[in-house]
Design a protein around this ligand. Structure first.
Ligand SMILES: Cc1cc2nc3c(=O)[nH]c(=O)nc-3n(C[C@H](O)[C@H](O)[C@H](O)COP(=O)(O)OP(=O)(O)OC[C@H]3O[C@@H](n4cnc5c(N)ncnc54)[C@H](O)[C@@H]3O)c2cc1C
Length: 383
């Protein structure tokens, strides 16, 4: 049978990792990216679980991947201030365990390694600076048209264009649950005095969540979720507030990157695929970042997709057929739905200060509950 062709649209985390993972299927893959350089300038970081790190390691992205991973063995959650200090309400300690709590990566660094890897894989062709304008039928296949009148035909088109792309609006906007948290995530990276930096900290404040995520002994990534009205304050005031919070744990703080902000939404698609087109990554589901699980969900989806396509391709089947995409959708949709809704319920109920503190204090005393909490964050829901 002639080699099947896959088109991956979107060259950020999801598009790149999907291309590397699916390159083992023996298909030809085109990855279409509108502006790969823009993604490489971001200060964003990502926490991945042990299970997903094992998956990334199996992709052999680069020998240098290990150097870019920072392991965090402790997690502490704080609520409000007690005199001069934030009061600790929850601690998870995996210092002596092999499986650490989470592993931090800088998005730009991992994307650079992935692009380098992709350039070495003969079956993948990167088409950069190309914006996909339309997807249409061409006999049994799909025709993808980009700017400059280019067009190619594919057995399967995987849309990894994030949550706001017009391409998706055209095909999938019906039956989508989408809402705005009316919040933004303000992100930056702080440089500070050397310390043993392996504790992830998250401080719950009234209408704000301030997370300190270590990325080396001298650098910590900040993800600060705030009401939308705060994001428009001038940079000086935002920096002063970030310093004020961070100084509780870090010394000699400097800003290593600019401040960025991202509107926070919740999104679940009811339809995962349509006629040889599959949604993936943030195009498929978006959750609040306070649990650090959005990309972890995508990696779990990718594991399933890879396994299903591999089985079918070995049987000589058409990988864009509805039966196959339906199998993927059936395997992942309910677990993603429960995971996303669970995160949203947690986010909403945690807005109630008393409820949140009581729950965290109870959980903190219960090792069995802590183990369940850790296992879900590590492996997702399994059923
Ligand atoms: C503040 C914050 C912190 C987070 N922290 C974590 C964490 O710790 N752990 C975790 O697991 N997840 C985390 N997440 C979630 C994670 O960042 C996202 O799930 C992930 O980055 C989504 O990547 P993506 O490639 O699917 O989408 P995007 O990053 O949105 O990329 C989409 C790409 O497609 C391109 N594109 C759009 N339209 C077209 C077109 N027509 N043609 C070609 N290209 C197009 C865009 O330019 C862009 O490059 C966090 C999210 C936020 C906001």
């Amino acid at each position: 049978m002639k080699k099947q062709k896959i088109c991956i649209i979107g060259g950020s985390l999801t598009g790149l990792v999907t291309a590397i993972s699916l390159s083992r299927l023996g298909c030809d893959i085109d990855i279409i990216t509108d502006n790969i350089g823009k993604n490489l300038k971001s200060n964003r970081t990502i926490a991945v679980s042990q299970d997903n790190l094992d998956f990334l390691n199996k992709l052999n992205i680069s020998k240098n991947l290990k150097k870019e991973i920072w392991s965090c063995s402790r997690m502490k959650l704080y609520a409000g201030r007690n005199k001069e200090k934030f009061s600790e309400v929850f601690e998870l300690d995996n210092e002596d365990k092999e499986r650490k709590i989470l592993y931090m990566l800088e998005n730009s660094k991992i994307m650079k390694l992935m692009i380098k890897k992709i350039k070495k894989i003969k079956s993948i062709s990167i088409k950069n600076n190309k914006k996909v304008l339309s997807i249409s039928n061409s006999g049994l296949l799909k025709r993808v048209e980009f700017n400059n009148n280019y067009n190619f035909k594919y057995h399967l088109v995987i849309i990894c264009t994030g949550q706001n792309s017009n391409l998706i609006k055209d095909y999938f906007n019906y039956k989508t649950i989408k809402s705005s948290y009316k919040e933004s995530a303000i992100t930056t990276i702080l440089k500070h005095k050397h310390l043993k930096n392996n504790t992830v900290r998250q401080i719950f404040l009234k209408n704000e969540i301030f997370a300190l995520l270590p990325i080396s002994n001298t650098k910590t990534s900040i993800v600060w979720s705030v009401k939308n009205s705060i994001k428009n304050k001038n940079n000086f005031l935002l920096k002063e507030k970030i310093k004020f919070y961070a100084e509780n744990f870090l010394k000699n703080i400097n800003f290593s990157t600019k401040i960025e902000n991202k509107d926070l939404n919740f999104l679940i698609r009811n339809k995962y695929y349509l006629d040889r087109i599959l949604l993936f990554g943030d195009a498929l589901h978006v959750i609040h970042p306070f649990v650090g699980q959005g990309f972890n969900m995508t990696l779990r989806d990718l594991y399933s997709l890879n396994r299903i396509l591999n089985q079918k391709i070995n049987l000589g089947l058409d990988i864009g057929s509805s039966d196959i995409l339906d199998e993927f959708s059936s395997e992942t949709k309910s677990r993603n739905f429960i995971f996303s809704v669970g995160t949203d319920v947690l986010k909403t109920s945690f807005s109630n200060e008393k409820f949140r503190n009581d729950i965290l204090k109870i959980l903190n005393k219960n090792n069995f509950a802590k183990n369940i909490f850790f296992s879900i964050a590590d492996k997702g829901l399994r059923f």
